[in-house]
Every structure is written in C-alpha cells, then in structure tokens.
Design a protein. Structure first.
Ligand code: NAD
Length: 698
C-alpha cells in the first residue's frame, strides 16, 4: 500500500503504491497506512524531511467513491474527517519539511495531501491535471481543500477552481501558485529531495502558520465562478459557504466547518445518485461493459457517411476529429461539399477561440472526403446512413450502399424512430446491420444509442461499440422498438407537458416546474427547438404504422393544432409556444391558452413537478420490462447524456431507487387515478416491490 524507506541523508520516502489498482485512492486502508508512515517519519529523529510520492502513473486520485455510496451516518463521516484533518495538520506543523513529488495527476483528496505539504513540484506532463472535481459529483473537497486552497491561491481563484471542477495543467497550476515548481518528467523526486535538504530545512512551516499571514481578497471584486449550469446548487453553494466562513477564522476551526458540510453532503441521495450514475455507470459504459466478450477489437481506418445534412455533417465532423478518414456522400458532390463546409465553419470557430491549432484543423478537414458516387464506399470499414427519415428512401440507400461496400463492412442507420429490424429487411446481410443513433449536434453530444436489431450479430454489436468509443463518445446498448429508448421516453415526457397544457396548467407553470425538477430547459422551449412539425410527422408515422393500435396522445393533438391551425411550428419559423422577436429575448406567446381552448385546472407546482418526473420513470420502467433497455445503469446514463435528465436524481431508474419502489408504485397509482392510465405502474415494478428487490445495491 505505502512503501517506506529512509535514505542515507535522512529523507523518508513515503511512496503510495496501492496493489491491484490502476491508481492510488484514499480509502480506510490506504489512509491508515499513510498515517502510520507519516507518524513513523515524524517520530524518527534520524529523518530530516518527508518525500511523498507515487509508484503509479498518476499521483493520488482522490477518495474511493465506493465509500461515498456506502456512507450513511453524517456523524461518523464527520469524526473520520476530523481525524484526517488532525493527521494532515500534524504533518504540516511538526517542524519537519514535507514535499510532494507530483509525477502525474492529483485530484481531490490526492491534491489535498499535496496542499498539506510545504513544497510541491510537478512533472511537466501536459496530460497531468491538478484540481477538485468533487463539485461535478455533488460533493465538496473534505480533506482541507476548501481551506488550504484559498489560503494558497487567493479567494477568487480558489472559488473558481472549486466550483468549476476543471483541473489545471502543470504550467497553469504553477502560474496560479498551486504548485511551486515544474520540472522535466522523471526529475520531480530529485527536485523535491533537493528542496527538502536545502530550503526546506530553514522553513518547514506553511504560509498560513506564519505570523502576519493574510488571505488574498480582491477588494470590491465580484465573486467569480459561482456555479456552472451542470453543477447542482447544493454542492457549489456549500463550497462557497465553506470558503467564505472558513477564511474568516483560524485553520482548525475552518477545517471543522468543512468537515461538517462534507459530512452532511456525503449522505444525501443527490451525492450518491451523481456518484453512481456519473462515475460508476458512466465509467462502465465507457469501458464497454455491455460489449459481447471474446471478439477481437474492431479497427476503423475509413468510414462512410451517407447523407450530408444536419446529422451527417456533424457525424462526419466527429469522425474526422477522432482521426478517422470519412467519405461524406450525398445525392451529388455539391451537396456533399456543403456538408463538409459545416466542418470548415466549426473548425474556424475553434481556431479563433484558440481551442485548436491551425495545423490540427487542416488535418481534420483533410480527412473528410466528399463524394457523389456510392463507389467511394468500397473501402470503408463501416458506413452510417443518415438520409431522410423515410423507409423507402432508406431501403434504396441500403441496397445501393451494400452493392458498393466490402462484404465484411458494417452498415449502421442513424434513424431516430424507425425500428432497425424493419430497416434491415432491405439488407442482404442483416447480421451486419445495426442502429447508431447520434444526437444533435452530433460533434458535441456525448451519447450514441447503439440499437441491436433482431438479426444483428454479436460481432457487429461489439465493433459498433468499439467505433463509438473511438469517437470518444459513450455507447448505450438498447434493443429494437418504436423510438428505441431515449426518443421514446423524451416523447412521453413532452407529451405529458402537453397534457398539462390541455388540462389548463399555465405554460409558465409547466416551464418552471421542469426547471424545478432539474431539467435543463422547459418542455415547451424544447419542442419549439426541435420543431412541432417533426412531432406531427411522428404522429402521422405512428398512425400509419400502428393502425388500430394507435392511441392519440396530447402531443399529437397539440402539435397538429399549433402547426396546421395556428401556423406556429417552432423556433425556426420565429413562432411556436414562444415568440422570437429580433432582439433575441423570447417570451411565451400570450395567445396560447385561448388558442388551445384549455380546461381550467388548479394544480399545485408540486403536482406538476411530480407528473413530469413520474412519467419519465414509468416509461423507462416499461422500456426495461419490454427488454428495450436491459440494465438500470444504461437507462440512467442514456437519460442523463441523451436528454439532460438531472443527474442529481440519478436517472429515471435512479429516481425510482431513490424514492423507493413501493413508494414509487403508490405514487403512480395515486396519479393514475387522476391523470390517466399512462401512469399505471408496470408489472416489473409492482413485482419488484412485492419481492423487496431494488435496482441498485441499497
Ligand atoms: P437532413 O434532411 O438535414 O439531411 C438528410 C440528407 O440526406 C440530405 O442532405 C439529403 O440530400 C441526403 N439524402 C437524401 N437521400 C439521399 C440518398 N439517396 N443518397 C444520399 N444522400 C441522400 O436530415 P437530418 O436531420 O440530418 O436527419 C437524417 C437522419 O438522422 C434521419 O434518419 C433522422 O431521423 C436522423 N436523426 C435526426 C436527428 C435530428 O436531431 N435531426 C437526431 C438523430 C437522428
């Protein structure tokens, strides 16, 4: 766990080296071993200085998040944090110099150890990052980070770092004063040792323990970096409170303030939900946990993209950015060139902002090969079809593409609604046909829904997942069905907003309720953005495909009235649920309630919020019952990345877990009695509730 040795000159090396782990983490065992090593070095009169280092590629990663999931008693956590503070405080005040040799990334708890050292020297490795990502998981740094950081780098810089959660590269960290020196990789231990034997001998104290110390507090300056949209207010708010309160008192009291906030945050369902979904489930999805085993990795040298429209041009851009050549094909060369020009615009924006070098941009562009002839697909390992959402058009494209493609290449459809098994009927090799559902804008959205048709083979699924990973996106595997997973649940949610509207709930209330629920944008604003016309198209498609099984939904009715009767199809037309005046300040259309001839309902905000949340969870549970989604983790990751479901609720299944299955079932039955059978709990939930089962460990 911790290697300990004292060299001839009296420097004790305390080297983190956790066995069976790729990186060093703070857990009960490693913390105890570290504490023992520190005490041993401080008590040994022959030791002149302590050198803290790592035997792994990175320094120390932070707290083992599995412990966060298990934390249940705030009082217990508080006491543990106080013990940890006592150790670090002892280390920095015992009169012996302590230096950290940062050979690589140090995050959260790992960086907090480094901050309790008197000297920090880092390897100049541009891949290394130093920061506090806790806020992105609904947590706060509990090992002194909120107190030592502002004392080291000043109040404003610390607040920004702690609430944004973005790690700094070594050179940035040096400039910010977070570390003392940057050296060539491999020389950090030598440099740290040299300091311990020279300057360190004269000054083994922290700045905050020296007389006259004052925190850099810019006068009159506005507080910066209060929070970003992705950050739940609870964690960011508590961080700011810790910094503000803690920097007005002595360090010991400040650390106790931090421990109190940390302990009360760690036991919340919000923190656990975020850790479970954003950390564990997301890592597992990115590590391709659902990939069929025993299949050699797929290699992608050249990929085809048919359709250079909105989706095709974005997908081609993402492929070229990942370093893969892409043939971008449309009805003729000119149309394909127009698709490539989208990349040109995006790249020039990136270079202007300094986010990409000119050379890199030229490289990306050179990998996009526009074409007007299907023969250009002959050497592609995988081809994606992103043409109009029309079965006949897609069938024609499938036949033409397969005639040109290598027999072993995969054909993927980017359809958002048409079942893959049906589209595969046009294919001569259905085992190599699959769905890859990208989200718009494809170059930025991190999720790809990988849809397995009835005939899709394991090898095709595995290679399609490898491809998504090569694009540095997150794949979630779903099974065939109308709307697959994400589009289906999102549509159920949007339709619920339309039901509320029809029942007479004011549009403002619905928009606000969705924000209270944690959704990034109100459902009416979202519908305007994606266009109500598209919803009418979906309704018509459903009616045609389902025949007598078709059930009209609120969204079908409202979208049709808005588009066909009122001429308000959405943002593109400048009018939908909102008006879009030229000054850019959209506002809800005043004529909405009259135009829809709504009934007058009096419903509390809590009831509206509940319906918007329940419907997403009920529909997701139905997807699981039908086998469209097989694992709770996939459902939750897909929801958070796919339609911005609030991570602090875990996900639609994470939310059922948080509420408790029996309680959730009861809520469904109560709401169904008033609002309709769409809320009736699926048998999966009632039977899990009766058996006392849970989706996640409790
Ligand atoms: P689009 O109309 O912007 O682009 C379609 C492109 O396909 C056009 O450039 C058209 O010229 C080209 N095309 C049509 N027939 C062709 C053929 N026979 N050969 C070659 N090219 C042909 O449409 P879009 O919004 O990019 O959507 C494309 C597909 O992606 C659809 O299946 C859609 O359902 C799906 N999708 C869309 C979104 C979205 O947000 N728009 C999201 C996910 C998936």
């Amino acid at each position: 766990m911790i290697n300990y040795r004292v060299d001839g000159e009296g420097i004790a090396l305390i080297e983190w080296d956790m066995q069976q782990r790729a990186e060093n983490l703070l857990n009960d065992e490693s913390v105890a071993a570290f504490g023992a090593a520190v005490h041993r070095a401080l008590a040994d009169p022959s030791v002149k200085g302590l050198l803290i280092a790592s035997a792994k590629k990175s320094f120390i990663g932070g707290v083992d998040l599995a412990q966060v999931l298990k934390a249940s008693e705030a009082e217990h956590v508080y006491c543990r944090m106080l013990e940890w503070h006592k150790l670090l405080r002892h280390m920095e005040t015992a009169g012996k110099p302590v230096a950290a040799a940062l050979n690589g990334t140090a995050l959260g708890g790992g960086l907090e150890i480094a901050l309790a050292c008197h000297y920090r020297v880092a390897a100049d490795d541009p891949r290394a990052g130093f920061g506090f990502p806790e806020v992105t998981l609904g947590l706060l740094p509990g090992g002194g980070g909120t107190q030592r950081l502002p004392r080291l780098v000043g109040l404003d810089a610390a607040k920004a770092m702690l609430t944004e959660g973005r790690p700094l590269r070594p050179q940035e960290a040096l400039k910010a004063g977070l570390i003392d020196a940057v050296v060539h990789p491999g020389e950090e231990r030598v440099a740290a040792r040299r300091w311990l034997l020279t300057d360190g001998q004269d000054r083994p104290t922290q700045p905050w323990d020296r007389p006259g110390f004052a925190i850099a507090r810019p006068e009159g300056a506005a507080t910066s970096g209060a929070s970003s949209a992705a950050v739940p207010p609870t964690a960011a708010h508590r961080i700011l409170v810790c910094v503000e309160e803690g920097t007005r008192t002595d360090l010991e009291s400040a650390l106790a303030i931090e421990a109190r906030h940390f302990a009360s945050l760690v036991v919340t369902s919000e923190a656990k939900n975020m850790v479970r979904t954003l950390h564990f489930a997301m890592n597992e999805a990115n590590a391709l946990g659902a990939r069929p085993a025993g299949i050699a990795p797929g290699k992608f040298r050249r990929v085809g993209m048919i359709g250079a429209g909105m989706m095709g041009s974005g997908i081609a851009h993402a492929i070229a950015t990942a370093g893969i050549d892409v043939v971008l094909l449309d009805v003729d060369l000119a149309a394909a060139e127009r698709g490539k020009s989208y990349s040109r615009q995006q790249l020039s924006k990136l270079s202007q902002k300094g986010k990409m070098t000119e050379d890199a941009a030229i490289g990306v562009l050179s990998r996009i090969h526009p074409a007007g002839d299907y023969a250009a697909l002959s050497d592609c390992d995988l081809v994606i079809e992103g043409v109009f959402e029309d079965r006949d058009v897609k069938a024609g494209v499938t036949r033409k593409a397969e005639a040109a493609m290598r027999p072993d290449a995969i054909l993927a459809s980017n359809t958002s609604t048409l079942p893959i098994t049906g589209l595969a009927l046009a294919s001569k090799r259905r085992e190599r046909f699959i769905g890859l559902h990208f989200f718009s804008p494809a170059e930025r959205m991190p999720l790809v829904e990988v849809i397995r048709g009835k005939h899709t083979s394991d090898a095709t699924l595995a290679h399609a997942m490898d491809f998504v990973k090569a694009l540095r996106k997150t794949p979630v595997v779903v099974h065939d069905g109308r709307g697959f997973y994400t589009s289906r649940v999102l549509r159920a949610y949007l339709s619920e907003a339309m039901s509320l509207l029809e029942e007479g709930v004011p549009a403002e209330t619905i928009e606000n309720a969705s924000v209270i629920a944690g959704m990034p944008i109100g459902p009416l604003a979202l519908l305007d953005d994606v266009s109500l016309e598209l919803m009418v198209k979906f309704a018509k498609q459903d009616r045609a495909d389902l025949g007598p099984d078709y059930r009209e939904r609120a969204i079908d009715r409202v979208a049709t009235v808005m588009t066909e009767k009122l001429g308000r199809p959405g943002r593109k037309a400048g009018k939908g649920f909102y008006d879009y005046p030229p000054d850019g300040k959209k506002h809800l259309w005043a004529g909405l309630a009259d135009a829809l001839a709504v009934r007058c309902a009096s419903m509390s905000m809590e009831d509206v919020v509940e319906r918007l949340l329940l419907i997403q969870s009920v529909e997701t549970a139905r997807c699981m019952e039908e086998g469209v989604v097989r694992r709770a983790e996939d459902a939750d990751v897909g929801a958070v990345l796919g339609w911005g479901y609030p991570a602090l609720r875990g996900g639609p299944i994470g939310w059922i877990h948080t509420v408790g299955i029996p309680e959730f079932v009861a809520a469904c039955e109560r709401v169904a009695a008033r609002a309709g059978s769409r809320f009736l709990p699926p048998a999966l939930l009632t039977s899990m509730g009766q058996r006392g089962e849970a989706f996640y460990p409790v």
